[in-house]
Design a protein around this ligand. Structure first.
Ligand code: SF4
Length: 329
């Protein structure tokens, strides 16, 4: 197992009364639960999609695993075993050695990860030298070779460019190159094509997919686009209100969604997760109802749903619902 996240819990300070104005009964301030026990696994060479509404906790999960939480949030429980080592209990120094080397990552608005005051090639060289002893000539050669395999024309010329001189598509290719330059075992990409035009999105996703496959890297793609999940991912973990409510191979989950929320998501295609009453919320979660957190919106709720459902599974396909239709045709 490459990455095994178990019961990950994060608490976060709510941003303030205004930010929570759409949840009138919610806490205006104070610490609240933001991740309520997230569990999923990434297998070497397979790509997992973390999917769900805005505010479900997808990016927060990635930040917690990478040790990149904002000061307003903290891990309160769980484990994130990366090749058997718990990332949540590593020292900052050890985590820094893992992040960017054994785990590559592409954050939302990836262009912001580029240093505007450094040439592209220099940034790719620096990304290597902070993780290992490497002579300049070799670092430059590796940078240009990788830029070339990222589909960047005239890599030597581009290596000399400043980030602002590049097109958005080339910038994103450089961001991917930065994530891959140290040959990680795992790559986490958070909305890797956000803000790009459709044509470029497809190019970048194709490139990401091919590189992950070619290098046998495990991947996590965070997305709200079910088309991306269907086309590029092997497994999917569906998040709702800071929990994974359904997970399994994409083919099984999409063919036989076991959880009512997953069925609602799939029913919105092509509207893409624009479900009424979604969690557009940037702080801690609103107070959960007793029992199943999806109960207020679930068309299938019964009295039994006032008790929290466990994650029940049939093989690799599992869902957190008392009435999960696992294995149903
Ligand atoms: S446990 Fe009940 S409320 Fe929750 S998803 Fe299942 S049917 Fe709906």
């Amino acid at each position: 197992m490459l990455l095994d996240v178990q019961d990950l819990r994060v608490a976060r300070r709510a941003p303030g009364p205004d930010a929570n104005s759409d949840t009138a009964s919610g806490p205006a301030r104070g610490i609240g639960t933001a991740l309520a026990g997230v569990s999923f696994r990434v297998v070497k060479g397979r790509i997992l999609a973390l999917v769900g509404e805005h505010g479900a906790g997808k990016s927060l999960t990635a930040s917690a695993v990478l040790g990149l939480l904002q000061p307003s949030a903290r891990v309160t429980g769980g484990r994130a075993l990366f090749e058997g080592q718990d990332l949540l209990r590593m020292s900052d120094a050890d985590l820094t050695r893992v992040r960017g080397a054994r785990i590559g990552f592409v954050v939302q608005a990836g262009h912001t990860t580029l240093d505007p005051s450094a040439r592209v090639g220099a940034q790719l060289m620096r990304a290597q030298s902070v993780h290992r002893a490497i002579v300049k000539a070799e670092a430059a050669w590796r940078a240009e070779t990788l830029m070339s395999s990222m589909g960047i024309a005239e890599p030597r010329l581009r290596a000399d460019a400043w980030p602002h001189e590049l097109t958005p598509a080339t910038v994103q290719r450089v961001v991917l190159a930065l994530a891959l330059i140290n040959e990680p075992q795992l790559l986490i990409a958070d909305e890797p094509t956000a803000g790009l035009d459709i044509t470029t999105q497809v190019q970048i996703l194709d490139l990401l997919y091919l590189e992950l496959r070619r290098r046998r890297i495990g991947g996590i793609i965070i997305t709200r686009d079910l088309g991306v999940v269907a086309q590029y991912c092997d497994d999917v973990a569906v998040m709702f209100a800071g929990q994974v409510v359904e997970q399994g191979p994409v083919s099984q989950v999409f063919a036989r969604p076991a959880h009512p929320f997953t069925r609602a998501l799939l029913a919105t295609v092509p509207e893409r997760l624009a479900i009424a009453g979604n969690l557009a919320f940037g702080g801690a979660l609103p107070p959960a109802p007793d029992g199943c957190p999806y109960r207020p919106r679930c068309p299938e709720a019964t009295e039994r749903c006032t008790t929290a459902p466990p994650l029940v599974g049939a093989g690799v396909h599992a869902a957190r619902c008392h009435f999960a239709r696992l294995g149903a045709a």
